[in-house]
Design a protein around this ligand. Structure first.
Ligand SMILES: C[S@@+](CC[C@H](N)C(=O)[O-])C[C@H]1O[C@@H](n2cnc3c(N)ncnc32)[C@H](O)[C@@H]1O
Length: 277
């Protein structure tokens, strides 16, 4: 598949599936989030971590790969800015975002790896769960483009998942075993659906690890890896149950993440990559 095919496939996925509403105000994409009450406080506090790493106010905040600005916490990021510039390859995403923030927003159909903005145009930026949709050779150019459009003294927060981080490998072992057993059972029953189709996994995703990212970015920009959230949704759903002290478990996890943000940023599932100019 060419790079353009990948982007086309990602765009079609979000236009037709990811940003279709499956319930009032709930997008299909929210299946990748843990929306259970037991996890709500932890998820909420992780979302708000972004606020510590972008300037609180300014003229323009770039939201690259904004989607529809789907969670209420996301609105906080641009509260102190004159305008939030939402850039996305999905027109459906941008229409939904406009419905949410109206005049506070500017909406641009754009590829995050080729940002159509002049140098130093933004005081702050966020890009959440988007770079992983790019073809591999576009990842570093995307970071460099984001850095290019930051103003001097500006900061940006990038959130993406790591490829098989240590915590995921350990904590998801029972999930992998369960999947393997299910696959075996399907094979025995003679089902020959391709695995991807059977599991309905969405669209193109490409991930890497902390060492690789730092080696690529450090020659070009000031960059730090901190924690956004150290556990995946699969891990939350498996281990965090309200009847088994789930809320307390997550309070302890959050407390630990706050004490060791660099450690959990590297070994946990989702880093918060801070870029500065
Ligand atoms: C997983 S969603 C995340 C949306 C939002 N940031 C959030 O956290 O809810 C990924 C978004 O990135 C957009 N996207 C994917 N590839 C892109 C690209 N090359 N350039 C711009 N946006 C892209 C998709 O259309 C989608 O809206």
């Amino acid at each position: 598949m060419t790079d353009n095919d990948i982007k086309q496939q990602v765009r079609e996925f979000y236009d037709q599936v990811g940003w279709s509403q499956v319930a009032e105000g709930v997008y299909q994409n929210a299946r990748y989030e843990d929306l259970r009450p037991v996890a709500r406080e932890y998820i909420h506090k992780c979302h708000l971590r972004i606020l510590r790493h972008i300037p609180a106010s300014g003229r323009y905040l770039l939201d690259a790969g904004s989607g529809p600005i789907q969670y209420p916490e996301y609105l906080e990021y641009s509260k102190g800015y004159q305008k939030r510039v939402c850039a996305d390859i999905s027109i459906t995403a941008l229409k939904e975002a406009r419905g949410r923030i109206g005049e506070h927003g500017l909406f641009v159909v754009a590829d995050i790896a080729r940002l159509p903005f002049k140098d130093a145009a933004f005081d702050g930026l966020v890009t959440l769960h988007t770079i992983h949709h790019l073809p591999p050779e576009d990842h570093v150019p995307a970071y460099r483009g984001l850095h290019r459009v930051l103003a001097a003294g500006g900061r940006g927060a990038v959130v993406n998942g790591w490829d098989q981080p240590l915590m995921g490998r350990l904590l998801e072992a029972p999930i992998r075993l369960r999947k393997w057993l299910r696959r075996k059972k399907r094979e025995q029953e003679g089902e020959d659906l391709p695995r991807k189709l059977a599991e309905n996994t969405g669209t193109h995703v490409e991930k890497y690890n902390a060492g690789w990212l730092l080696r690529q970015l450090r020659p070009h920009m000031k960059v730090r890896i901190l924690v956004w959230r150290s556990v995946s949704v699969a891990v939350l759903r498996l281990y965090v149950q309200s009847a088994l002290g789930g809320r307390l478990l997550l309070k302890i996890l959050f407390w630990l993440e706050e004490r060791l943000p660099g450690f959990f940023g590297r070994v946990g599932q989702y880093p918060l990559v801070v870029i500065e100019k």
